[in-house]
Every structure is written in structure tokens, then in C-alpha cells.
Design a protein around this ligand. Structure first.
Ligand code: OFO
Length: 162
């Protein structure tokens, strides 16, 4: 059975993951509207990945006999700017989520919940990958530029994500 403090913290993280999904869906739709189909595809897969993170936490809480309390998801921002600005926002968001995951892990440490510590290590590793993925796209965009033929090339590359 999981303690109340950790249960509340996991419920907050479920909300954060679902908010991430919502944000990436908004970014995907905006990219589609700009006819950047590769960006839209990449961001749609990211949306699905975030929902997967939320479900992983939901399943874990249920497995531990906890109570899942879904929270409101705010409308995401819009007007994400140029492709470079868009991926600056993606990277900043993932850095923010990494901090939340670290705080969640600290709760598991304080509560001496060893099982939860092992479970949450997956998320710590995942955040390294999430930041690296966003950073790689941002660096490429900055290197080749986010206009004209360069943009079309990167859009095509992002469309290959599976
Ligand atoms: Fe759930 O990792 Fe991104 O936000």
C-alpha cells in the first residue's frame, strides 16, 4: 500500500504528463496548420508518448492499492513561433518535467518507499532521453536554419520518427 503523500505526488505527476500531452498535441496541430507535416508527426508521437507516461503512473498507483485522482488540464498556450522557438519551448518544457520527476523521486526517498524509488528510476532515465531528443532537433534547426530548403529537409527528417 502506498502512502498518502506519495500518492498525491504521483497524482500531480499524472496531471503534469497529461498536460504535456495536451501541449504537444497543440504544437502538432499548429505545425499541421503551417503545413509542416514532419513537425506535426514528431509532435503527435510525442503526445502519444506523454499519454503513455501518464498511463504508466496510473497503472502503478492502482497496482500499489492507491487512489487515482484525475485533475483538470488547462488549455495549452498557442502561437509557438518559428520552428527554432517551438523547439526551444519543447526543450524548456522537458527540463521543467525533469525537475518535477526529481522532486517526485525525493518524496519517495523521504517516505522510504523503496519500491517506488525503483519504479521512478525509469522516469529519471526517460527524462535524459526526452531532453536529448528535443535538444538534438533544436541544435539541428539552429545549425542549418529554420527557413526555406533547410526547413523542408528537417521537416522531412522529423517525419521519419517512429
Ligand atoms: Fe513525460 O516526458 Fe516529456 O514531458
Amino acid at each position: 500500500m502506498i502512502g498518502k503523500k506519495l500518492q498525491d505526488a504521483i497524482n500531480n505527476q499524472i496531471q503534469a504528463e497529461m498536460s504535456s500531452a495536451h501541449l504537444y498535441l497543440a504544437m502538432s496541430v499548429e505545425s499541421e496548420e503551417k503545413n509542416l507535416k514532419g513537425f506535426a508527426h514528431w509532435l503527435k508521437l510525442q503526445y502519444q508518448e506523454e499519454n503513455g507516461h501518464a498511463f504508466k503512473l496510473i497503472d502503478y498507483l492502482l497496482e500499489r492499492g492507491g487512489s487515482v485522482k484525475l485533475q483538470a488540464i488547462e488549455a495549452p498556450a498557442s502561437g509557438f513561433g518559428t520552428p527554432v522557438e517551438l523547439f526551444e519551448k519543447v526543450l524548456a518544457h522537458e527540463i521543467h518535467i525533469s525537475k518535477l520527476i526529481n522532486k517526485l523521486y525525493e518524496v519517495a526517498l523521504e517516505e522510504k518507499d523503496y519500491a517506488a524509488q525503483i519504479f521512478l528510476q525509469w522516469f529519471i532515465t526517460e527524462q535524459v532521453e526526452e531532453e536529448a531528443n528535443a535538444s538534438a532537433v533544436l541544435e539541428r534547426l539552429k545549425f542549418v536554419g529554420d527557413k526555406g530548403g533547410s526547413l523542408l529537409y528537417i521537416d522531412k527528417e522529423l517525419g521519419k520518427r517512429d
